[in-house]
Design a protein around this ligand. Structure first.
Ligand code: FES
Length: 117
């Protein structure tokens, strides 16, 4: 996502990586996108968490938990529950990044180009 307002990359306990980009407007998530090199459930979880966050206020989006993602997906096998948690944790980290950039907006200009796409 070009010129994202928030970005995070989180590596899960399984060593898979999830990335989330946020575009916001007036503290509302306008659009959220993700990328993962993980398993099928992590792709489903990333898709679900970004869908769930879109249109929500930053605070509401921050409250989305791994359980919420799992519930929205209709459940996941026990061995894949951490995939939903990885997606929710990455969203939270991207929101924290958004909050940090809001406090210090000049930092956005110095970001690695990769983080903005
Ligand atoms: Fe790593 Fe699913 S096994 S995210």
């Amino acid at each position: 996502m070009p010129n994202a307002d928030g970005f995070a990359r989180v590596v899960g306990p399984c060593d898979d990586t999830m990335e989330v980009w946020l575009k916001t407007n007036n503290d509302t998530v306008k659009k959220a996108t993700f990328l993962t090199d993980g398993c099928g459930p992590s792709i489903a979880s990333g898709s679900m968490v970004t869908e769930m966050a879109s249109g929500k206020s930053i605070l509401e989006a921050y409250k989305i938990s791994g359980n919420d993602v799992m519930e929205a997906l209709g459940g996941l096998p026990e061995e894949s529950e951490h995939c939903a948690l990885l997606a929710a944790d990455t969203l939270k980290a991207a929101i924290k990044d958004y909050m940090a950039l809001k406090r210090e907006p000049w930092k956005k200009a110095y970001r690695d180009v990769y983080h903005r796409e």
